[in-house]
Write a protein that binds this ligand. Structure first.
Ligand code: MLT
Length: 404
């Protein structure tokens, strides 16, 4: 008889965004005429930029010809895309990353979830609290949830680093040294960023402790202020301690196309064993590479036209962020984020719980957001709104909240 992976029993309920979707579906079933505005999950709403559509069309045409057909591609991604990434995201910023250190994938969510597989089950993992649930859940699935008992002592495998109003939503270096550290800046869900000197302290700490930073840079395109690092490789010493993960979802609207990439520097090694080789081995075995047509679309993100069009698209969402942040503040809410990130992190009024506020907004304003407690204990009493809606819906949602 089969047995199941008991680690799955340690997971909390269901995935946060599935819970929300179920609640909204139940509400809509009871109120079929209601016009619900969704500012919950960070899914984009603007159509693909013309440069991307043209690249897709060209690639599809090619695939329909004998000469242009592409079957399995290189698992790490086509050279044309890896070169474009290196040129625009790194070399243009004076950063040293080589094309063969780029692993193209079908999105950052998969990479942040899968990357922990190359580390031992006994690693201690530090995560921010509140946190993007994928970091926690995938580590729990791998058995890194409970207490590691060693003789009479022991330690928790998951180390939560509170990010609160008091510390400006920036985690402090943990007292118990972790082996793996997930950082995400601009942050999901709080929208917070940290300046370069603060990130440098994390890099120095990781090098000193022999830890690896898993740096999620999915929202890098939303940085609007100076002195906010766009890449962890801006910090000296990052090549020996950091893996950086990027997404095409938020900067180029690829949530439905799926594309991302992970940088594993060849300098990241322990006793001569390179994480680059392990991740390459993992991807080679479990992954056949992102589709050719999607990688051609990714290449178009870096074209002159593509860059211009996407700058406008990011600007559109950031105008939503401004509207939400300023609108909420004007109504008397305490609202954070939305300056370097497409998320606004607000304090629920009158100490309401996050889920009570979720229900209130859904029932009385037909607006859907994400309860802060879904991201962790320190998220209780907070609520996240995304700037990825249409401007029309964003304005309408704010008007409804104001009427409350
Ligand atoms: C979110 O809402 O936190 C994001 O959409 C999650 C994701 O990109 O997977």
């Amino acid at each position: 008889m089969y047995t199941i992976n008991g680690n799955y029993l340690q997971l909390q309920g269901s995935y946060l965004f599935s819970d929300i979707a179920k609640k909204v579906a139940a509400y809509q079933e009871k109120n079929p005429g209601a016009k619900v505005i969704r500012l919950g999950i960070g899914d984009v709403t603007q159509p693909l930029a013309p440069a991307i559509v043209e690249a897709l069309q060209r690639a599809v045409e090619q695939m329909g010809t004998a000469e242009g057909f592409h079957g399995y591609g290189p698992e790490q991604g086509y050279d044309f895309l890896r070169e474009a990434i290196v040129e625009h995201d790194y070399r243009a910023r004076g950063l040293s990353v080589a094309a063969d250190e780029i692993f193209v994938s079908d999105g950052a969510k998969c990479d942040v979830g899968n990357i922990q597989e190359i580390f031992g089950a006994d690693n201690r993992v530090a995560v921010c609290d509140p946190v993007y649930p994928v970091y926690v859940d995938t580590n729990v699935m791998a058995g890194r949830s409970g207490r590691f008992v060693q003789d009479a002592g022991g330690f928790e495998r998951l180390i939560y680093m509170p990010c609160t109003e008091e510390n400006g939503f920036a985690p402090s270096l943990p007292e118990t040294a972790p082996d793996l550290i997930y950082l995400c800046f601009p942050n999901n869900p709080t929208g917070a960023v940290i300046p370069k000197d603060a990130l440098q302290r994390w890099v120095d700490y990781a090098n000193e402790k022999g830890a690896v930073i898993l740096y999620d840079a999915a929202y890098e395109a939303y940085i609007s202020e100076d002195n906010v690092p766009h890449s962890i490789y801006e910090c000296s010493g990052a090549r020996t301690c950091a893996i950086e993960i990027h997404s095409f979802s938020k900067n180029a609207g690829f949530t439905g196309l799926r594309l991302g990439y992970t940088v594993v520097p060849k300098d990241l090694a322990q006793n001569g064993l390179r994480l680059h080789s392990l991740w390459g081995r993992r991807q080679g075995t479990k992954y056949n590479g992102a589709p050719y047509i999607v990688q051609r679309a990714g290449e178009a993100v870096y074209s002159t036209e593509g860059k211009k069009q996407l700058k406008k698209q990011v600007g559109y969402y950031m105008e939503n962020a401004r509207l939400i942040r300023e609108g909420l503040r004007d109504m008397g809410y305490c609202a954070y984020g939305g300056v370097n990130a497409p998320y606004i992190w607000l304090k629920t009024p009158d100490h309401m719980s996050s889920w009570a506020f979720f229900d209130l907004l859904l029932q009385r304003a037909q607006v859907v957001g994400t309860p802060g407690c879904g991201f962790g204990k320190s998220g209780e009493g907070y609520f996240r709104l995304t700037a990825f809606g249409t401007q029309e819906n964003t304005r309408e949602a704010l008007a409804r909240i104001r009427r409350l």
